[in-house]
Design a protein around this ligand. Structure first.
Ligand SMILES: [Zn+2]
Length: 142
């Protein structure tokens, strides 16, 4: 039987490993799609501007079809987990800022053993995906 991959599996497959940043990107990407709603015009392109480079970007390439190669995924480095989604040539835009408490969970301490790192990674992902949306981010539209 052929079972279709879930969006999470598609993202992890593309990204190549499981890490806290990709789970952050996964959640941001899904909130963005919900907030943006349907594509306003057929000719418009979804543009994503990230204010920091991280593993999170790969989720936008898979889920939002905003790709680095096509120039629809841009990094404006400010060391902030703030992401702007906008449809080109339209006023439709959504900005998602990840809460500081979530950002703190992205870093897995280097001194841990491999096993401890695996556990810390899983815990961080559960925290990032499981927190209330208001505790996860703020959303600004328009
Ligand atoms: Zn990663």
């Amino acid at each position: 039987m052929c079972v279709e991959k879930t969006p999470w599996e598609q993202v992890i497959d593309f990204h190549g490993h499981t890490c806290p940043q990709i789970s952050l990107g996964y959640r941001v990407a899904q909130i963005a799609m919900r907030e943006l709603g349907i594509r306003p015009t057929p000719g418009t392109e979804l543009m994503v501007t990230a204010q920091t480079h991280s593993c999170a970007l790969d989720a936008f390439q898979v889920l939002n079809h905003a790709t680095y190669g096509r120039g629809s995924l841009i990094v404006n480095e400010k060391k902030l987990h703030r992401y702007l989604f906008e449809y080109s040539g339209t006023p439709v835009r959504v900005e998602i800022s990840v809460q500081p408490d979530i950002v703190e969970h992205l870093v897995i301490p280097e001194h841990l053993s491999t096993r401890e790192k695996q556990n810390a990674t899983l815990e961080a992902i559960q925290f990032i995906l499981g927190s209330e949306e208001t505790a996860f981010c703020t959303i600004q539209k328009g």
